[in-house]
Write a protein of this length. Structure first.
Length: 229
């Protein structure tokens, strides 16, 4: 059996900073970093880390995010803007780009897809509007508050919803939506079967006059043969 490669954590492996005996494998930390756009929180002390050349290193890249315009933010991705210049994306906006949910505007009621995890600010529950504003491009033309549309709540990553939502609320919503989808599929299947039975019945009724006409013609022909004989 291949030996699991355990990683040395640059933030809290020093005996003077922690007495924890919990260790983490390199591949698990690498997967966490890939899921977070290249960086992740240390699972033990919550410091920012990344994996470079099979080594876990501390991540200290901070600055202003080109999407949410907040600073200082932990920057996880950099690139070039279409019109020139550099683009830097924070960890939150990177996640929001991967899971760009639809949100309802408190001001105009319009629905807009936002590349930022705005669900994190809905601390009063999934049906309440968040406390952090975002620009409304539907009708308001200003910064307003938002909430995830009910159909997208189930897409909130497990463990990333506010604690006030409850541990199992996203799971319960996913289960309910799954039941609703299955029920809708069963209804659709039943409706298809009903339409098919109606089509067959109509075809059978349309064929009845032709059968009666054929029978009448056959009877007349038989009667003619009998008269001749």
């Amino acid at each position: 059996m291949e030996e699991t490669l355990l990683a040395a954590l640059p933030c809290c492996d020093n005996a003077t900073t922690t007495e924890s005996t919990t260790r983490f494998c390199l591949e698990c930390l690498r997967m966490n970093c890939e899921h977070g756009g290249g960086v992740a929180r240390c699972p033990r002390c919550r410091a920012w880390i990344s994996v470079e050349d099979d080594e876990v290193v501390a991540h200290d890249g901070t600055g202003r995010c080109s999407i949410c315009m907040q600073e200082p933010r932990v920057l996880v991705a950099r690139g070039r803007a279409p019109g020139g210049g550099s683009v830097a994306i924070c960890d939150a906006c990177w996640l929001g780009n991967q899971i760009a949910l639809r949100y309802e505007c408190q001001g105009c009621g319009g629905v807009q897809r936002i590349p930022h995890p705005m669900w994190r600010y809905q601390v009063d529950g999934p049906e309440s509007f968040g406390h952090t504003p975002w620009a409304c491009h539907v009708r308001c033309g200003t910064y307003t508050r938002w909430r995830v549309v009910p159909e997208d709540v189930a897409r909130v990553p497990h463990g990333d919803a506010p604690e006030s939502w409850g541990v199992d609320i996203v799971r319960q919503i996913r289960a309910r939506q799954g039941r609703e989808l299955r029920a809708a599929a069963l209804r659709e299947a039943g409706e298809r079967q009903m339409r098919e039975r109606q089509r067959v019945a109509r075809a059978a009724r349309a064929a009845e006059p032709a059968v009666e006409l054929h029978d009448a013609m056959a009877a007349e022909e038989e009667a003619g043969r009998c008269a001749v004989s």
